[in-house]
Design a protein around this ligand. Structure first.
Ligand SMILES: [Zn+2]
Length: 530
């Protein structure tokens, strides 16, 4: 896996017509994407990738459309490459997009992963695309870099002026709090203030480019009732496609799938009186769309640099016993063999006796691909896009049940907080109210399984991120806990190498008998099929 197709195979070029078609007066076509962590495609090169987006944009331009690209944030981190170049490979790729069609990007929480401002300053200074933001501003110590972020941003296309308001997540909603960053948590007030100023400036159209939760975007979309020029909101943070239809009183809301696996095409037209129409189309970015040969040169350049940095990148470290689905749409909604293998290692991280319970937010596992056949060092590098140190502590059975409820809150679509688990099994009914959805939580007992004992203390290993309240989990801090130790990436690498030395393949199939997570398809179904 992860091998690149030879560039020659994919040299289907969309040839522009020799007579340039006339640009349709005043109409604008937007391509929206969000949460892109790779300069190349994913799923063994079969889905997503900027290269295919470039082809798409060039095709639309060939039809005479004025195309603008919108990015809903999360691109600098996390990834294998970002651990080396602090996101500059993404800046390079986004500059390429911007040269094909102007790109306007908001910032996601991951743009602010580093504690210091240095890499953000480098990214800002290296960007030729526009950074937009209305509820946040930078204070990096470099005023010129700070000024690159534009609020109240407008652009003109085909004689029409468009205003973009842009928002990012405050720490109260899972954003990063950083000393070089100020974020206003009152999204609604900021958006309305920006919209009013656009109205005063007489813009023809207003759109939102955001990185907040879907339900917050839907709330913001209601501003159309008072501000009819608000045409649509596109966003990021969720990694699977989202759509909330528009009406007289609500703007349409859209988000694509991470790594440009799904993007949105939004055609905006105007009549003579200046009334606009919005037509949105969801585009699955797959093998039907060829790579762009020019863009592929950029991919090849960074790939060569990466191999220079990690000569052992393509070294085989182990063997997969089965094809393990670690794509985000799977790993963020259900148990995964790759997730199970990783969380099993967590329980061993602090020596004997092994911890009884462990879990991890699936958002930590970034590979968005299958693990099969040879496991390469690259697979480990891509699974762990950032460092993850582990903590050892204790909780009672009752506390643990409460902690874990957070993993099943909200809608049952792909969520980065969805847990991969070890040392217990859990049965969940999404038709029940939030924080009361765990029907059964069982631990091994003589002769099989038994419900977790509410009063007993259990040993637990979790990433430091979750111990500190990340992703909405609240783990008690009033008893002994280890310092953050044992880096998960190396723990997993070590386990794979040890299995390899013993001639063993890694990973076990999930069967109805051994499954750890049972999401009830219907409330009358029995847990564990009993
Ligand atoms: Zn995000």
């Amino acid at each position: 896996m992860m091998k690149r197709l030879p560039v020659l195979l994919i040299l289907f070029v969309v040839v522009a017509c020799s007579t340039m078609p006339r640009t349709d007066e005043g109409s604008i076509t937007f391509i929206h994407l969000n949460d892109t962590y790779r300069i190349d495609a994913v799923e063994d090169d079969k889905r997503g990738g900027f290269s295919r987006v470039v082809t798409l944009v060039r095709e639309l331009q060939g039809e005479g459309r004025d195309v603008r690209i919108l990015h809903g944030g999360d691109f600098l981190y996390p990834s294998l490459e970002s651990q080396v170049w602090d996101g500059m490979q993404m800046v390079d790729a986004m500059n390429f997009l911007d040269a094909v069609a102007p790109l306007y990007a908001t910032s996601g929480n991951h743009e602010f992963d580093p504690r210091g401002p240095e890499s953000l300053v480098t990214a800002l200074r290296g960007s030729r695309f526009d950074w937009v933001g209305d509820n946040f501003r930078f204070d990096t110590g470099d005023p010129e870099a700070d000024a690159i972020l534009k609020s109240g941003f407008t652009f003109t296309a085909g004689g029409r002026t468009v205003g973009i308001f842009s928002l990012t997540l405050h720490e109260n909603d899972g954003g990063n709090a950083r000393p070089y960053l100020e974020i206003d948590p009152d999204y609604m007030a900021v958006a309305e203030r920006a919209i009013r100023s656009f109205e005063e400036r007489g813009v023809d159209l207003i759109i939102g480019v955001t990185h907040v939760h879907m339900w917050q975007d839907i709330e913001l979309a209601g501003l159309k009732e008072r501000h009819p020029k608000l045409a649509f909101i596109v966003g990021g943070h969720e990694h699977e496609p989202q759509h909330s239809p528009g009406s007289e009183a609500a703007a349409v809301v859209m988000k694509g799938a991470s790594n440009a696996r799904t993007v949105w095409q939004i055609d905006v037209g105007f009549d003579a009186a200046g009334n606009y129409t919005v037509n949105e189309k969801r585009i699955e970015v797959d093998e039907a769309i060829p790579f762009d040969p020019e863009y592929e040169k950029l991919v090849a350049k960074w790939q060569a640099l990466l191999v220079e940095k990690f000569p052992f990148l393509e070294a085989r470290v182990g063997t997969a016993a089965l094809r393990m689905d670690a794509r985000e749409q799977e790993i963020r909604t259900s148990e995964s063999s790759w997730g199970n293998f990783i969380v099993d290692q967590m329980r061993t991280a602090f020596g004997q006796p092994h911890a009884e319970l462990a879990f991890i937010n699936s958002g930590t596992l970034r590979i968005d691909d299958f693990i099969e056949d040879d496991i390469l060092f690259e697979d480990i590098g891509r699974t762990f896009g950032f460092s993850s140190h582990l903590r050892h502590t204790t909780v009672t059975g009752a506390e643990f049940r409460d902690i874990l409820e957070a993993g099943y809150r909200g809608e049952p679509y792909a969520q980065g907080y969805f847990p991969q688990v070890s040392g217990f099994r859990v049965c969940v009914d999404h038709s029940r109210p939030e924080f009361d959805r765990i029907v059964s939580l069982q631990v091994p007992a003589t002769g099989g399984w038994a419900e977790i004992d509410d009063d007993r203390e259990y040993t637990l290993v979790v990433p430091d991120f979750l111990y500190n309240g990340g992703d909405g989990y609240s783990i008690p801090h009033d008893r002994f806990a280890s310092r953050p130790a044992s880096e998960l990436k190396y723990l997993v690498l070590d386990a794979i190498l040890r299995a390899q030395a013993r001639g063993r393949a890694v990973g076990k199939p999930i069967t109805p008998d051994n499954r750890r997570i049972h999401i009830l398809a219907d409330p009358n179904e029995r847990c564990w099929g009993q």
